[in-house]
Design a protein around this ligand. Structure first.
Ligand code: ZN
Length: 340
């Protein structure tokens, strides 16, 4: 028992595998303490030999097991140390963090610009009825203005809806009727969103693009309010040195109507290929809301007046960043998007 206790306590204190091997020799080797003790068994009286022999075997097994256990503990520690051998001072790999798309950035900007002068932001359906897209805006079924709006129709053959009644909205103006029917004047709202046309896609045309439309209706609103609001918005978006001019234009839902041009952002008005050497680029259509539209939504044109406009939001972004192709805005290429 003495041999067992001293062997076990030495095994517990061993600090490495080499010491354990030495202990194994010291106790269990050919001249080891236990081996020598076992040899002494012959001196024990014969009747006690089996008992002493069994005890000696138990001691031997206990020492062997203790040594094996300790060795496997060392191995486990070593493998753990290897796992932990990471240089914690090495700089980490930075995860890629996304950022808003240039379209979203522009959207935030225009919403903020119009919020400053009291305009609320509204959202509406992209799949629209003929009524809100055309009829209510003084564009009846036989109006020639419909030809210019290459409309995409929804197939309604399996429904009760008449053919041609459900379309993809061709302009954001579908929201004019929806807002004015719902809210009594005074009202000021913008409604940015996607619109759809059956267009051949090229550098300056898309079948799907963004518009920023808006309206204001109140007592005594005049063309001056409209021109001032448009000039303010364009200067806020493109910079205070932006020049704006208005030219008469006919739209069925306004009277009088106008188109606004702004000084080219690429050449600063000197003339370049982007602006076809004019120094000006067309940026929006606008006008005083037609009395027929006011009547259709239940307003009294004798008492209130209003103005409405539609800006090409996609075009504004192209001009702001001086891109040369509208399709870049819908291109998922990170080399382009990471520049914003
Ligand atoms: Zn230019």
């Amino acid at each position: 028992m003495q041999i067992k206790n001293s062997a076990l306590s030495l095994v517990i204190d061993a600090i490495n595998q080499k010491e354990l091997e030495e202990l194994r020799l010291q106790f269990l080797g050919r001249s080891g303490k236990l081996t020598l003790a076992i040899k002494e068994i012959v001196k024990v009286p014969i009747e006690k030999r089996p008992e002493v022999g069994q005890l000696a075997n138990e001691v031997k097994r206990a020492i062997e097991e203790a040594i094996e256990q300790k060795i496997s503990n060392f191995k486990f520690q070593i493998s753990n140390q290897k796992k932990e051998s990471i240089d914690k001072t090495t700089p980490g790999i930075k995860p890629k963090i996304g950022h808003p798309h240039p379209m979203t950035l522009a959207l935030y900007d225009v919403v903020e610009i119009f919020k400053k002068i009291g305009f609320q932001t509204a959202d509406g359906p992209e799949i629209e009825t003929d009524y809100y897209n055309f009829e209510i805006l003084n564009i009846p079924k036989d109006h020639p203005a419909r030809d210019a709006q290459q409309t995409l129709y929804i197939d309604t053959r399996d429904s009760k809806t008449n053919p041609g009644e459900i379309i993809l909205r061709t302009h954001g103006s579908n929201m004019q009727g929806r807002i004015m029917k719902k809210i009594d004047h005074p009202v000021r709202a913008i409604y940015p969103g996607k619109v759809f046309r059956y267009e051949q896609v090229d550098a300056s045309h898309g079948f799907e693009f963004w518009q920023l439309e808006g309206l204001a209706v109140d007592k005594n609103l005049t063309m001056t309010n409209l021109l001032g609001t448009m000039s303010y918005a364009l200067k806020e978006f493109f910079g205070l040195d932006t020049q704006v001019k208005f030219v008469c234009h006919n739209f069925p839902f306004v009277e009088p109507g106008a188109e606004a041009y702004m000084s080219c952002t690429v050449c600063k008005g000197k003339g370049c290929s982007f602006c076809k050497q004019l120094g000006w680029v067309e940026i929006l259509g606008c006008g005083m809301i037609h009395r027929n539209v006011l009547k259709a939504v239940g307003y009294d044109p004798q008492k209130v007046s209003g103005f409405a406009w539609g800006m090409g939001l996609s075009r504004m972004i192209i001009l702001r960043y001086q891109m040369d192709d509208l399709r870049l805005l819908t291109n998922p290429d990170l080399r382009i998007l990471e520049q914003f």
